[in-house]
Design a protein around this ligand. Structure first.
Ligand code: HEC
Length: 234
């Protein structure tokens, strides 16, 4: 199927709710705009195949549990009504691929990110507000979603993902013994969330949304580097 066809299907079946550009009048929004949806989908599913599979399933069988949408968005818009019957699974797959390939557009800056301070404006004297590590983690997450867009995140040994995961893993591994205990996980997460809240940032960091149990795949009470790196593979 041609790109244009996939876009036409989107226009006919999805665009009445998911606008392709940022609406100027938020009061008339029925659903998150397409670029916001895709930003979040890519944060949770950086590689294309996973993202497309997720979307094909979600659009037909949406549930709160599966949703990668921020809870406040669901509270605002309600859960998406199932599109089963409105669109065939084949069409849906084409549309999902088109969405992944084209959104968010390269120049998209998410809400709440426009006025983000630069690194130099971060407080680096360790008073616990925003650490450089957190800034790096944010940057890497951003890069990860951009790279996912180009379909390059499949290789978990890729330089980018290694760099990203190394820095975040050490964030959590407080005593540097190469495993993260639940205690460490909760402590660091609480600290990160407090810092974020204090700085007025939205809670979009995907790490914060995952539970310890969902990362600790073998349920032995410790998160290894491997498990941490695979935390988005459910
Ligand atoms: C009647 C309005 C409506 C239509 C039509 C609609 N959506 Fe949605 N969609 C929503 C709402 C509301 C949300 C946010 C709440 C949620 O995630 O369930 C959403 C969320 C999503 C998400 C994010 C899933 C997640 O995990 O939160 C995807 C992907 C999506 N829609 C794709 C589509 C596609 C593809 C179509 C067209 C086939 C479509 N939607 C048609 C209302 C709609």
């Amino acid at each position: 199927m041609l790109q244009a066809d996939a876009e036409q299907i989107f226009d006919a079946k999805c665009a009445m709710c998911h606008t392709k550009t940022m609406p100027t009048d938020r009061a008339n929004m029925f659903a998150p705009p397409l670029m916001g949806v895709m930003r979040h989908v890519k944060m949770a599913y950086p590689n294309k195949e996973d993202a497309v599979n997720f979307m094909v399933d979600y659009v037909q069988n949406p549930t709160k549990e599966k949703s990668i949408c921020m809870p406040q968005k669901i509270a605002k818009f309600g859960l998406m009504p199932s599109q089963k019957g409105n669109i065939t699974p084949e069409e849906l797959k084409e549309v999902a691929e088109w969405m992944f390939d084209n959104f968010p557009p390269a120049n998209f800056v998410g809400r709440g990110m426009k006025n983000r301070p630069t690194f130099s404006s971060f407080d680096t004297n360790g008073d616990g507000k925003i650490t450089p590590k957190e800034f790096t983690a944010f940057q890497n997450a951003h890069m990860q979603s951009r790279m996912g867009q180009r379909g390059q995140m499949k290789n978990s040994n890729g330089m980018m993902s290694t760099r990203k995961n190394r820095s975040s893993f050490t964030d959590f591994d407080l005593n540097n013994n190469s495993v993260i205990t639940k205690d460490e996980f909760l402590k660091v997460r609480a600290k990160k969330q407090a810092a974020r809240a204090k700085a007025g940032y939205p809670m979009y960091n995907a790490v914060n949304a995952l539970s310890f149990e969902s990362i600790d795949k073998d349920s032995n009470g410790k998160i290894t580097l491997d498990e941490f790196n695979n935390r988005y593979n459910f």
